[in-house]
Design a protein around this ligand. Sequence first.
Ligand SMILES: [Zn+2]
Length: 379
Amino acid sequence: MSSQVPADQRRRSQPGQASNAVRAAPAYSTHRLRLNPNENHRPQSYEGCGQDFSPELFSKMEKHLPPHMLTVPRDVKFNFMKDIVDRYLSSRERRRMSELKSYREKIISHYQPLHTDLYTVAIEKYFTPRFLKAVNENSEAGYRSIMAEPSPGVFTFEIFLPQFCELLLSEVENIKKWVHDTRIRIMQPNTMVKCGVALNDFGLGTMHDRLMDYIRPVSKLFYSDIGGDSLDSNHGFIAEYGPDIDTHVGFHVDDSEVTLNICLGDEFTGGNLYFRGIRCDQHVNSNTQSEVNISVLQVPGSAVLHRGRHRHGAQEVVSGYRSNFILWCRSSTFREMKNYKKEFWGWCGQCQAEKEERMRSSVAAARKKLILTEKQPGA
Ligand SMILES: [Zn+2]
C-alpha cells in the first residue's frame, strides 16, 4: 500500500509536531481565521507584496479573516495572514514553496499554451447538458439521476463533452513536445505516476479551481463526513498508461479528501479501476472484506468520484493508451480536525469493524456476568 504524495505536499510538517520546535515562536499566536468564509466580501489583490507564496493564497484567505480585519488596510491584513502562514510552515518548507513558485514561474513564462481556451474560458462550456442540469438543480435526487453508485461512495457519471477530452489531450501532447524540445526537467505529479504532468505547474490552476467549484456541492451532499463540505485546495494532474510506459497503478490511497478521476481516452482495453474499502491512516493496510471489492470500467468523458481514502488501483491496460485527468480536492479544515481524533468509525471500514467487535465483546461479558449472578443467588 502506497500513499500518493504530490510534489507540492511532500515533507509537509503538521502543526504542533516536534519538527516545528526549531521554528521561531510566532509573534501573534492568537491570530486565527474564521472557519466559514464571508462570501459577500471582495478580497484585495496581493500582487507585488513580495512574499514567497502565491498572491491568490492571500486573496483566498482574506474571506476567512475575522470581521474586524476585513476593513483594515491591505498591509495590516497581509501581515496578519502572513503570520498565520508562517506559523504552519517550517523555514525548510517555506524555502521549498519558494522554489516551487520559481519553478512554476519559469515554466509559465516560457511555455506557449496550445489551447488558451482551457486556461481562460469558463469550464462549464465543456460540461455535458445532463451534468449541467444536475448542477443547476443541485439536489441529491438530481445528482443521483445522472450517477451510478457501484459501491457506497463511488459515483460514476458523464461529465465532459468529447471536445474537452480532445483539447486537453492535445494540450498535454504540446506540453510533452515542449518538454522534449527544451530538455527541461519537470517534476512528476506524485510518487506513483511515472508518466504524467502536474497541470498546476503549467498554469492550469484556474481551470482546476473552477472545476472544484462544481465538485464542491456534490461533495457536500455525499462526503460531508470527510471534509467534502469544506474543500479549499486541489492538485490536478494527468496520468498516462500504456504498453511502453506504466501499464497499471498499484493499490493506494490518494492525498485528497475527494478525488475526481476523469478518463480522457484515447483508445484502450483494460485499465479498470478497482476499490477495496475506505480506511483511515492507521488502518490503510488492513484486510479487505470481500463485499467492498469492486471494479469500475473507465469510459472516455466519464468521471469517477470517490473518497481519497477509498483504497484503489487501476488494472493493466491490455492494449492502446489510457490518459486520465485527476483532481485531488482537499479540505484543510478536515485535516486539522483529524489531528485531534483517534478513531474514524463513521467512515473507516476497519475502525467500524473494531468498534462493532468491542461492542460484541462487552455485550458478551455483560451476559456472562448476568448468567453467573443468576446461578449464584445472593452473590
Ligand atoms: Zn480506521
